[in-house]
Design a binder for this molecule. Structure first.
Ligand code: UDP
Length: 316
């Protein structure tokens, strides 16, 4: 049994990860300030003696009075409406100071630490699909920069702690992911479209809907994250993880409405600034080194996610 700390453990990815790790027989310490996470996401393991919740903001240093084998650093708001605006400075602090604090904790405990980085490090990508060697095209002064540059700085901190402080690190770059335990009001496209269709509200397409994303079902993503944590010590990443199936936002809207049914209409809204035109991972590295590729198609994943939202969203 390993003792594993998960920051952001009540959030969308963090809670799915905590549940997987507890079910695998590990002891899990879940750390969150519940800014976007919620305890009901971990309700099914809350009473398990191998699960402990610690209310804490990782911007501040953290002391844990038991040994730790592994740290998954997943704390950070990930939805553009959640990380922008008045939360932007906190977002940068969470990425930078939070990573620093978790790296120090890993150093103290001799723990391996995995950073949840992001496809946003590629910004508005000029290489398509994106490989890990592509260095990105981020607007450093734009409204997404708090997240993009925060995560980029976190990557550099991870590699400096690896080079100079001997910390055992792993970095994954996570592409768009969806599935159960997303907040209905998260603001990202999959949850927005499903909730809007279920409620009979207008489906909000930003811009003309021709921008693309590649959507990975959460179970596929959790599987590769755990594989990455358990990979050989010399494989630090960064490694892209996501589903290379690429769809326009308009195609996604059509699929969701067809599946949910109902009378929602498509309405166009302004495209937020710096919204990437296209995004698709090249996952050759994950395939080759981790022996992983996604198993769940968008059709199957949407069915499961719609089923989840049907239970949590109350119709008008
Ligand atoms: N989007 C949209 N309608 C929505 C929410 C998002 O058209 O209600 C678009 C958004 O502009 C972007 C894409 O869907 O082009 C994915 O947005 P999301 O916030 O899910 O993630 P991102 O990849 O931008 O971080």
């Amino acid at each position: 049994m390993k003792i594993i700390l998960v920051t952001g453990g009540t959030g969308f990815l963090g809670s799915n990860l905590c549940i997987r790790l507890v079910n695998d027989g590990n002891r899990v310490i879940c750390v969150d300030n519940n800014y976007t996470g919620k305890n009901e996401n971990v309700a099914e393991i809350a009473n398990n003696s191998n699960f402990k919740f610690v209310y804490h903001d990782i911007i501040n240093t953290l002391e844990i009075d038991e040994p730790i084998d592994e740290i998954y650093n997943f704390a950070c708001p990930a939805s553009p409406p959640a990380y922008q605006g008045k939360h932007s400075i906190t977002t940068t602090k969470t990425c930078v100071l939070g990573s620093l604090n978790m790296l120090e904790l890993a150093k103290k405990h001799g723990a391996r630490v995995l950073q949840a980085s992001t496809s946003e490090v590629y910004g508005e990508p000029l290489e398509h699909p994106q490989r890990e060697v592509y260095r990105g095209n981020v607007n450093t002064i734009g409204i997404r920069a708090c997240y993009d540059e925060g995560k980029r700085c976190a990557e550099s901190l991870f590699f400096d702690y690896n080079r100079h402080e001997n910390v055992d690190i792993k970095v994954v770059r996570i592409f768009n992911t969806y599935g159960p335990k997303m907040n209905p009001d998260d603001g990202r496209v999959v949850s927005n479209f499903i909730v809007q269709a279920l409620m009979g509200d207008d489906i909000t397409i930003y811009g003309d809907g021709s921008q693309t994303r590649s959507f990975c079902y959460v179970d596929d993503l959790i599987e590769v994250i755990v594989r990455m944590m358990n990979s050989p010590v010399d494989f630090t990443g960064p490694v892209n993880i996501g589903n290379p199936g690429e769809f326009t936002v308009r195609e996604l809207a059509d699929k969701v409405l067809r599946k949910v049914g109902g009378s929602s209409k498509f309405v166009q809204r302004p495209l937020p600034s710096d919204d990437p035109t296209q995004r698709c991972p090249n996952i050759t590295l994950a395939k080759t080194v981790l022996g992983w590729e996604p198993q769940v198609t968008l059709e199957e994943g949407l069915d499961k996610t719609i089923e989840y939202f049907r239970k949590v969203v109350v119709k008008k």
